[in-house]
Ligand binder design. Structure first.
Ligand SMILES: C[S@@+](CC[C@H](N)C(=O)[O-])C[C@H]1O[C@@H](n2cnc3c(N)ncnc32)[C@H](O)[C@@H]1O
Length: 216
């Protein structure tokens, strides 16, 4: 059954009363931040992310400026930051202040100096630079309500030879049709903002795709 917006609003209101604001709850997939941190940090999940292989495919190098959009608990943020040091930096963008704070704490505890946590807006990552080499989405784009509008805003922060990487399953739960999204749709939204499919990697099983877009 397709959920109507009124029904979603009702769910959001209930979750909102549990702690998160309505809009945040929707974008978080109706889960409070502490539960996200616990879920996203599970060692068995982190192992399946194949972070070192992703870093190798993305050819990250010292000096790169990255934006980890929807960074969650920072699973990619910290290894990315180590890969772009010295001289590089990772902006970890989140829409929930608790996650922004969590990533900043992790970076401090793990002595990683080149991470900046950024509180983004639902429609705009609010990055402090327009020189991003690579913006990265892992398991995030389907959480964003206005994906095409978000990509349009994001494109303004990416330098001319910069790239946008997306790793996604597109979300297939039948009870959450609003989160469904295909690779073809993403390629279409990217084309609207001047990015074309540049690289495609077959790293994951289970219908999870890994694609990289650039302007060239
Ligand atoms: C499934 S988690 C993935 C986290 C991380 N990328 C990972 O794979 O470990 C999705 C994350 O996207 C974030 N998110 C949702 N909408 C967002 C938006 N508009 N801008 C930035 N982050 C967003 C959520 O807060 C959540 O932490």
């Amino acid at each position: 059954m397709r959920l109507g917006w009124a029904r979603i609003a009702a769910v959001v209101t209930v979750v909102g009363s549990m702690g998160a604001s309505g809009a945040v709850a929707w974008q978080l997939g109706s889960r409070p931040a502490e539960r996200w941190i616990e879920t996203l940090s599970r060692p068995e999940r982190v192992k399946q992310l194949r972070i070192d292989d992703v870093i190798a495919r993305l050819r990250l190098k010292p000096g790169d400026l990255l934006a980890d959009i929807g960074a969650g608990s920072g699973a990619f943020t910290l290894p990315f930051a180590r890969a772009v040091a010295p001289g590089g930096k990772v902006y970890a963008v989140e829409v929930d202040q608790a996650l922004v704070d969590h990533i900043a704490d992790r970076a401090r505890t793990e002595d990683v100096a080149n991470v900046t946590s950024v509180l983004g807006e639902f429609t705009d990552p609010n990055l402090p630079t327009q020189d991003i080499d690579l913006a990265f989405f892992h398991d995030v784009l389907h959480h964003i309500e206005d994906r095409s509008g978000y990509l349009k805003n994001l494109s303004r922060y990416i330098k001319s030879e910069g790239r946008i990487a997306v790793i996604e399953r597109g979300h297939r739960r039948p009870d959450q049709r609003e989160m469904h999204m295909s690779q073809e749709q993403v390629t279409g939204w990217m084309a609207d903002v001047g990015f074309r499919l540049a690289e495609e990697y077959y790293l994951f099983d289970g219908g999870k795709w890994f694609v990289v877009y650039s302007r060239h």
